[in-house]
Ligand binder design. Structure first.
Ligand code: IMP
Length: 429
């Protein structure tokens, strides 16, 4: 069973980075397949905190190869800063490979992200302003610049000149000053020099690794309901965070994905706009935000907080073909008298256990809750399933039963060690 996908089962920020770090030591390859530096993965090892936005968290394991997959969009300036910062923090790192198919994010993408959001007015998406949407738009419009072209000085200069002519027209439409070619080219050609050694044929290397039986860990970014096709459109990101995206964004085919673990918080959070039926705009929501330090790693925005939503998780289990759950941040719920879980939605047309089909329906969805007795005490020292309070186990067993997916791992704190492996057989097999 050499390949394992870790996918965000909610709206992102499910603490996937920690799981990648926990499992990364057992993997030969850790691969990201979608998004860019809109993601933020935090790994805490002892008294050191590492923050990753582009580099797979597997880089912290010296024997592991980390791949920035072809489905990603990469800001070169940010990548170089991240490489330098991580090197300063830790001398021994694994190898890093950047796929030549990954697209490059330029300053005009960030500018257009901000200008387009402003133009949307009250319909804004609440993007991370990292230029992610405009970079993927260029990819689909077939005018994006890929890493393979970026690190070839002659091709890069020509491509940038051509694309910039188009972008400057757009900037003029927004009454914005044009971007001057020479300065942009000089700055980015210098980044390309630094990144060139990392740009290698990631796709064939990965396929050979799979054939050789090496363990491959796919590191999801964002979350299922931010998927361009399967999320709460239009309040989504512009890529494919669902498990199927791992094939698209790395070139490894569907028969080569062996296991899929869905990472979900014991409650729900969301940043940016869009539907969120179990959102709590009250003191409990604030208590969860405070206890869980629920503020965005990338933008610092307060995250919207609410109860666990099993209508969403059932859907997530199905479309990601989950083989197990990684339930995270269980410790955050300690001390609440009661804990609620949505099992269905009430719509004007009646009660449903399925996701609404349109934005209008999403807006009307009222959660139907099942209430559980809470628990108290510090869960962080727990290392075994039996050490968890009985109430917490009842809550988790209900999640497994309702979704038809077993609990494989429980995370009770941010540190690597604060993890309960419930079903070792659900990991690599
Ligand atoms: P974009 O990806 O910057 O275009 O933002 C689109 C939507 O996805 C916004 O609601 C963002 O807040 C959300 N989003 C993007 N990346 C993440 C993430 O890593 N975690 C949580 N939300 C995200």
């Amino acid at each position: 069973m050499p390949s394992l996908v870790i996918v965000g089962a909610q709206w992102g920020d499910e603490a996937k980075g920690k799981m990648i770090d926990v499992l990364g030591g057992d993997a030969s390859y850790v691969v990201r397949w979608s998004g860019g530096n809109n993601a933020g993965h935090t790994v805490i090892i002892g008294d050191q905190t590492f923050k990753f936005q582009l580099i797979p968290a597997g880089i912290l394991h010296p024997g592991t190869v980390s791949i920035i997959g072809g489905g990603m969009v990469v800001c070169p300036k940010h990548l170089i800063e991240e490489i330098d910062r991580t090197r300063e923090q830790r001398a021994e790192l694994g190898e890093l490979i950047v796929s030549p198919a990954a697209h490059v994010v330029f300053p005009y993408h960030r500018l257009l992200d901000a200008l387009e959001e402003e133009a949307r007015g009250e319909n804004k998406i609440g993007t991370t302003s990292r230029g992610i949407g405009p970079a993927y738009t260029d990819k689909v419009s077939r005018i994006g610049i890929r890493m393979g072209e970026f690190v070839d000085p002659d091709i890069f200069a020509k491509r940038l000149r051509d694309v910039l002519a188009v972008k400057n027209r757009l900037l003029r439409m927004f009454d914005h000053a044009e971007i001057e070619f020479d300065a942009l080219h000089a700055e980015y050609a210098a980044y390309a020099e630094k990144i060139r050694p990392y740009v290698k044929d990631a796709e064939s290397r990965l396929f050979s690794a799979y054939q050789a039986g090496e363990r491959i860990l796919f590191e999801g970014a964002q979350g299922t309901f931010l998927d361009l096709d399967h999320g709460t459109y239009p309040y989504v990101t512009s890529s494919h965070p669902i498990a199927g995206g791992a094939c698209l964004g790395t070139g490894l085919g569907p028969r080569h994905i062996d296991r899929v673990l869905g990472v979900a918080k014991a409650y729900t959070t969301r940043v940016g706009e869009g539907p969120f039926p179990t959102e709590l705009n009250d003191s409990i929501g604030q208590a969860i935000r405070d206890a869980g330090h629920e503020y965005g790693t990338v933008t610092g925005r307060p995250r919207r907080c609410g109860w666990l939503d099993l209508v969403a998780l059932r859907h997530s289990a199905a479309i990601n073909s989950l083989s197990g759950w990684v339930m995270t941040r269980l410790d955050v719920l300690s001390g609440l008298e009661e804990i609620r879980v949505a099992t269905a939605y009430k719509l004007p047309s009646g009660e449903t256990k399925s996701l609404p089909g349109s934005m209008a329906e999403w807006a009307q969805a009222e959660p139907v809750y099942q209430t559980f007795k809470g628990w108290s005490g510090n869960l962080r020292p727990c290392r075994q399933w039996d050490e968890l309070p009985a109430e917490a186990r009842t809550f988790l067993e209900f999640v497994a039963e309702e979704t038809g997916v077993p609990i494989a791992v429980v995370s009770v704190g941010p540190d690597r060690a604060e993890t309960i492996i419930v079903r070792p057989d659900a990991l690599w097999g």
